[in-house]
Design a protein around this ligand. Structure first.
Ligand SMILES: [Ca+2]
Length: 584
């Protein structure tokens, strides 16, 4: 008996160790992946790209240790680039076409790189800006990321102590956002050091509003740069330091050799500034709007060098799967190309067509372009322009009249490419809610339609609130598709001075009308001024919540309206959002 008792556990322990080391061996053959994405940073915002006014020692070193793609292209705006990176497909196929009002939403049945890697034993985390949909099925947790610490929309209103989502839970951070997201990414890397992981770090800089800790700003201001540039370069330098912390952590954990690190930006620079003499900036389909730095590093596996191979964001997913040896047959075909052969140096560079476009309109109503090794053809609402990018990288001389053949050929490619995309394009702007696993959902006013005199607090609906509730009968309405019937407790996010309390309001849904009154004052305050440049975004304020009662939402199409019935004074207050918490 004594022998039996002591033998049992020994055998079990031995087996457990054997199986653990066996699975670790299998897992460790897959490299970790860290993808770092900047927001509104141009090709020229790196010292190693010829910018003597900015200090980016970490990115300089990363470039020198990487294969640097010097002809790397993304979309003119944020959400489209992110959808293309995540799926390997042109943004219009994914439902995405712009940056706000639901046009940033990616279809939930798109298969992301995180989902594929997860199926292959990876853990996955996303830290920072998401911008491909805020609602339940579009959330990073339902698009393959085990962990999300960030914000779902196009920008934050305030970069200190910001409100963010930890998975589905809303929390308040502390400190400057880039520092905060870096800390969370490092924490994820530490916890996952022993298994393969995908860590996506999506900084929200140097996107506006222009806020950065003082010392970064002061350095550039004292060097004589203007406030805007000082803040932008300060934001980039702070990000550069934070990227250094991530790279140092990989080395400290001794996993750098088995980790692929990628750095790039989501579109061209957000202001006119040094960008290597290229034409265009963020939003433009010219070279400067869509060409960004792209570095890929894998010590011992990727030879540090520079390539002029044309490449783009839709190549990232097929290339990473190729680098990791992950077999995957996409049901929805990739538009991108697996460049792992180019990266390993066993495939010759090749010419190809890189398409760029804005929005979801037909070609006559937007700007578009197509690029190959030699030429860029640009189609605007008025003109068809052709540039020789080797002789004329700044796009100064239109040669379409002299080279009608190339113009005709490229125009033909551009038109056929766009006809196919536009004819299959379907936006996902209707809000989907009421999933059985969904505990609550929030409807921000930025996704509502406003009527009467009610207006947004900024020209950008993103992160705005509504104001000017000054006329009885005015309302705002959200259109939803409710997946399953449920009863919800509803709360209103608002601000209202003591003298403006007492207005009669209504919440109207398909199942009836709920009357309520804003009776509890909340003096909503604008957060302390920390902008270095006057903002076009909404100011950020403090908010309160009030319960307004319970409602039933039926399955199917639902319109949810907040209506001002009768004011007690001039204005009824400020309204930011509605929150629905499921009771059953
Ligand atoms: Ca951007």
């Amino acid at each position: 008996m004594i022998n039996g008792k002591s033998l049992g556990p020994v055998c079990l322990t031995g087996l457990a160790i054997a199986s653990l080391s066996c699975s670790n061996l299998a897992k460790n053959s897959n490299p970790n992946i860290v993808v770092i994405l900047a927001d509104d940073m141009g090709w020229g915002d790196i010292n190693a790209n010829g910018n003597d006014n900015i200090s980016t020692p970490v990115l300089n070193r990363l470039k020198s240790e990487s294969l640097s793609f010097d002809r790397f292209y993304v979309c003119p705006l944020s959400a489209p680039t992110r959808a293309e990176m995540l799926t390997g497909r042109y943004f219009l196929r994914t439902g995405v076409s712009s940056v706000t009002r639901g046009y940033e939403n990616m279809r939930s049945d798109e298969v992301t790189i995180a989902e594929v890697l997860k199926d292959n034993g990876y853990s996955s985390g996303c830290f920072g800006k998401w911008h491909n949909g805020r609602y339940f099925s579009q959330h990073p947790n339902r698009q393959g990321f085990d962990e999300f610490v960030g914000f779902p929309v196009g920008h934050l209103g305030y970069y200190y102590d910001a409100w963010f989502l930890h998975n589905d839970e809303e929390k308040q951070s502390s400190g400057y956002t880039s520092d905060f997201f870096t800390g969370k990414a490092i924490d994820f890397i530490e916890r996952n050091r022993d298994n393969p992981f995908l860590c996506l770090v999506t900084y929200n800089v140097p996107h506006s509003p222009f806020q950065v800790p003082e010392k970064y700003f002061d350095k550039y201001r004292q060097a004589g740069l203007d406030s805007t540039l000082s803040c932008i370069y300060g934001m980039v330098e702070n990000m550069d330091e934070n990227i250094g912390k991530i790279i140092d952590k990989l080395e400290e954990l001794e996993i750098a050799e088995n980790t692929i690190v990628i750095f790039f930006s989501d579109n061209g620079p957000n202001t006119d500034r040094y960008n290597g003499g290229m034409k265009g900036r963020k939003g433009s389909v010219d070279e400067g709007g869509v060409r960004v730095p792209f570095y890929i590093k894998w010590p011992g596996k990727i030879k540090p060098s520079e390539t002029d191979q044309l490449a783009q964001d839709i190549d990232i997913m097929p290339t990473l799967l190729g680098m990791c040896g992950v077999k995957y047959n996409p049901e929805k075909p990739f538009d991108g190309t697996d460049l792992s052969g180019i990266i390993k140096g066993n495939q010759k560079e090749f010419d190809r067509l890189i398409f760029s476009r804005q929005g979801n309109q037909n070609l006559e109503e937007c700007n578009s372009s197509v690029r190959n090794n030699t030429y860029r053809l640009v189609l605007t609402r008025r003109d068809t322009l052709l540039y020789n990018m080797i002789d004329d990288p700044g796009q100064l001389n239109d040669i379409s009249f002299n080279d009608k053949e190339t113009t005709g050929t490229l125009l033909d490619h551009l038109v056929r490419h766009n006809e196919e995309l536009i004819s299959n394009y379907q936006p996902v702007t209707t809000i989907e809610a009421g999933f059985s696993e969904e505990k609550s959902f929030t409807l921000p006013v930025q996704d509502a339609s406003l009527s009467g005199k009610i207006r947004y607090s900024s020209i950008h609906p993103n992160q705005s609130h509504t104001e000017n509730w000054t006329r009885d009968g005015d309302s705002i309405v959200w259109t939803l598709n409710i997946v399953s019937k449920g009863t919800y407790k509803v709360a209103l996010q608002y601000g209202c001075t003591a003298e403006n309390t007492g207005s009669q309001m209504e919440l109207v849904t398909g199942s009836g009308t709920l009357s309520f009154m804003i009776s509890e004052p909340f003096e909503s305050e604008i957060l302390p001024e920390r902008d270095y440049v006057k903002r076009s975004e909404s100011v950020e304020r403090t908010w309160s919540w009030m319960d307004i009662g319970n409602v039933e939402l039926d399955q199917g199409r639902e319109e949810i309206t907040i209506k001002l019935v009768s004011r007690s004074r001039e204005e009824a207050g400020l309204i930011k959002a509605l929150k629905f918490t499921r009771l059953n």
